[in-house]
Design a protein around this ligand. Structure first.
Ligand code: GDP
Length: 448
């Protein structure tokens, strides 16, 4: 970790400013070899910008502003230097090259944040939130990321950890005096504490679904017979012509997936091949994929051609949202609605019914997670990694509860509680494994 790393911290392309970020023990001496100005980097004050030029091999590369953040008061907890240059792609690349020539190494994706974690500047949930903030596609996802960035989840985990530690300490006292039996009252206290931990973990686990839906988006499968207007509806959702709309049945042979935001919520909309019996091998493969997508979907929109109900009414499975499309072409709408009261009537051609459809789709997706809107106070929503750790912790606590209830030796109880503590600790850190850290930080961008 003692290597000095460098990366361009601003996005590729040209802009007003481009920033080079350098972190590590050699950051300041290294920049001292390149910077020319009224003050020398080792003598500069922290967190103050200094104007000067970067000169390499007797060539002026750029006029820059230099800012030094001395350890430990920096993003990574190490000495950090930021060089703000003019935002030309070539200029910043030449600055980067000069710094590399002086002995820094190019940072790996997420390495700055990984160093911040390893220097105790933030816990793992906060580090993950940095990435979530950068990749947030909706304001809800952004709010969750900000909440996690503030360390709220870490605080919740700390509470559970402290509670578990109290129980373990309680047990250790018994091991020191093995002749004393645990009294029924002490047994009850142990149990209450374990139940309380269990309760807190279950509450956090219940936010996982919300986290998944708000981060990755709910998957919405469009299904129905060929030609009912699935591709047209996908386009309507996306407000662009991504799928091929054609009057020939069976055009969409594969599944097409597109991400879109409806009413502030992310959705992955999957357009499937029309489901019908077919001899065409490629089309059959498409139908198989459609069936698989339906099985894994968060919601299924089942489209029927309102002008051709007999032909397009394929079997509807329970839970699917029934939609009659092409209502611009029919005159018997009232009787159709009476016959299918829960069905929605839309027209991809005129846009009629789309607002109600979108509101319904959001309500159905969020129905799974409880209401969620601007006023929702708690924005903790755990991710898949937190969920995995907490499931293991829950499992161990439940085992401990059984051990206590069946009056098995207290040593067994202690083992389960230690396992629970370890799993809870993994949420915020306490993870040294290169492999786990590598997996978490590799999804970051370089320079973060
Ligand atoms: P898919 O095979 O289910 O994906 O159906 P498409 O989206 O390719 O649509 C089949 C045909 O129906 C195309 O010619 C569309 O222009 C037409 N179509 C789709 N929706 C509507 C609608 O609401 N009204 C009318 N009049 N035509 C539609």
């Amino acid at each position: 970790m003692s290597e000095t790393i460098v990366a361009i911290a601003t996005p590729p392309g040209s802009g007003a400013i481009a920033i080079l970020r350098i972190s590590g023990p050699e950051a300041i001496p290294l920049v001292d070899q390149l910077f020319q100005g009224n003050s020398r980097p080792p003598l500069m004050e922290s967190r103050r910008a200094y104007l000067g030029t970067i000169v390499h091999e007797e060539q002026i590369l750029d006029e820059v502003l230099l800012t030094i953040f001395r350890a430990p008061k920096s993003y990574t907890g190490e000495d950090v230097v930021e060089i703000s240059g003019h935002g030309g792609a070539l200029m910043i690349a030449r600055l980067l090259e000069a710094v590399l020539r002086k002995g820094a190494r190019l940072a790996r994706p997420g390495e700055f944040t990984q160093r911040a974690y390893l220097h105790g500047k933030m816990d793992l949930t906060q580090a993950e939130a940095v990435m979530d903030l950068i990749s947030a596609k909706t304001s809800h996802a952004q709010r969750i990321a900000l909440e996690h960035r503030s360390g709220r989840l870490g605080q919740e985990m700390e509470k559970i950890k402290q509670e578990l530690l109290k129980i373990v300490a309680h047990l250790e006292a018994f091991f020191d005096f093995p002749e004393d039996d645990i009294t029924p009252e002490q047994g009850r206290l142990l149990r209450t504490r374990m139940e309380s931990c269990r309760h807190q973990i279950v509450a956090l686990l219940s936010t996982a679904e919300k986290g998944r839906l708000l981060r990755d988006g709910a998957s919405l499968v469009l299904c129905g017979a060929p030609n009912v207007g699935k591709s047209s509806l996908l386009n309507k959702f996306l407000e662009m012509d991504r799928a091929i709309v054609s009057p020939t049945a069976g055009t969409t042979r594969d599944t097409i997936e597109e991400m879109t935001i409806l009413g502030g919520f992310p959705f992955r909309i999957i357009d499937t091949a029309g489901i019908r019996l077919t001899e065409d091998l490629i089309e059959r493969e498409g139908v198989l994929r459609a069936e698989k997508a339906i099985k894994n979907a968060d919601d299924v929109l089942h489209l029927i051609d309102a002008t051709d109900i007999e032909e397009t009414m394929v079997p509807i499975s329970e839970g699917e949202l029934l939609i009659f499309n092409k209502v611009d072409l029919i005159t018997n709408r009232a009787s159709l609605q009476k016959k299918f009261p829960s069905a929605l009537m839309i027209s991809c051609a005129t846009g009629e019914g789309m607002e109600t459809l979108i509101a319904t789709v959001i309500e159905r997706a969020m129905g799974k997670t409880g209401p969620f809107n601007e006023a929702t106070p708690s924005l903790l929503a755990i991710n898949a990694r937190h969920q995995d750790c907490l499931n293991r912790a829950l499992n161990s606590i439940e085992k401990a509860l059984v051990v206590e209830a069946t009056h098995e030796p207290l040593e067994l109880l202690a083992i389960d509680l230690h396992d629970a503590l370890e799993a809870v600790g993994e949420v915020t850190g306490g993870v040294d494994s290169e492999e786990i850290l590598g997996t978490i930080f590799s999804s970051f961008c370089i320079g973060k």
